[in-house]
Ligand binder design. Sequence first.
Ligand SMILES: NC(=O)c1ccc[n+]([C@@H]2O[C@H](COP(=O)([O-])OP(=O)(O)OC[C@H]3O[C@@H](n4cnc5c(N)ncnc54)[C@H](O)[C@@H]3O)[C@@H](O)[C@H]2O)c1
Length: 420
Amino acid sequence: MVASSLTIIGLGYVGLPLAQEACNSGLAVTGFDVSAAVVDQLNAGSSHVDDLADGDVGAMLAAGFEATTDASCIRTSDTVVICVPTPLSDDGTPDLGAVESAARTAAENLNSGTLVVLESTTYPGTTGEFVRPILEEGSGLVAGEDFHLAYSPERIDPGNKHFGLRNTPKVVGGLTEQCTDVATEFYGQLVDRVVPTVGLREAELAKLLENTYRHVNIALMNEMAVFCHELGIDLWASIEAAKTKPFGFQAFYPGPGVGGHCIPIDPNYLSWVVRSLGHRFRFVELAQEVSERMPVYVAKRVQDALNRQQKAVNGSLIVLVGVSYKADISDVRETPARPLATQLQRMGADLRYLDPHVLEFQLSDGPVVALTLEDARLEEADLVVVLQPHTVVLDSGVLENAAAILDTSGSLDGQNVERL
Ligand SMILES: NC(=O)c1ccc[n+]([C@@H]2O[C@H](COP(=O)([O-])OP(=O)(O)OC[C@H]3O[C@@H](n4cnc5c(N)ncnc54)[C@H](O)[C@@H]3O)[C@@H](O)[C@H]2O)c1
């Protein structure tokens, strides 16, 4: 089977790039989203995610793409891919509400022979034990017999200029061997390499393994950054030296804390499953604890840096540079800049931020004053704290005017720069 028509459920950071690649590959693509605002914006040719420009959405529309809040498009689709959010509930447990609702929508409109794929990041067992019964009950069809069911984790790295959907291998696991084959054939149209797994849960775990590995290694660097500073050792230089080893070492870097929709959230999906067995996933819990402390540690380093100038945080003009959760993107979900900014503001800092990607930066206490590259006047700041090294800021040369910089990103050096 070669899929010719596709419905993507959920048109966010994951669903939209997938829709773009499918349009490029000649598929008839419809995007279903519960948000009328998202649908209207896309149909008007405007993008709401970093990796696609308005022109990209325009090209998709010209290729026949349509966004809709009407789920009947599923009835005429050969393939349905679910890309909805998987956040945490208030008590820190998985919130599969959007997955459940998306699966119900798919079930109500499912036809025999359709391939249904879940891409949302989730714990092992979700596709087979949570999504499958919803699809079967709602459609009266049987997975693996009447329709195909698979899981394929999204590996999108927003802002990555080298690796996109097409040149990042795509892991695919099906409920049955035939489901895996059908899903492999589908993704083979969109990406250079498909990697089939032996089953659904192995594909689900692969994604959590990748994120947990990153989470733990970033936390390791964060913990080392704290004591290396006290020992007077330049950890950044040690990482550069260690990474010359051609085997057995992969470089990770410390920073102001972890953010985004993946690293601070996804490993909790895995530790939740482990807890259901009566065990604790101690590596994840420790990584969480270490990285969550980083904004507080950065605030302490801000205090120390000002102290050396015989100044207090209270009343000092402090500029945070790059408040998104990573460089070159606008996403502020779970950004460590938020707890840091809240703390500095509550300590009485005259706080500003400079981030051309983030037009508004809200804290629970109110907005932070925004500077632009044109009016930054960083020479007037008592301290500039670089959180994310956005290329546009580094290239502008604006940081050269700053008298004192605390660089948590390891991208700057010079007389006026102190690194984390
Ligand atoms: N953002 C990333 O970098 C990234 C990377 C890899 C994996 N993921 C995973 O992919 C999944 C989607 O993440 P995202 O960042 O694209 O989310 P997002 O918030 O950017 O977009 C999700 C979209 O789904 C829509 N939606 C919510 N419930 C819906 C429903 N019941 N039916 C239809 N549409 C619905 C929302 O309106 C929104 O437009 C999550 O599980 C996430 O963990 C995200």
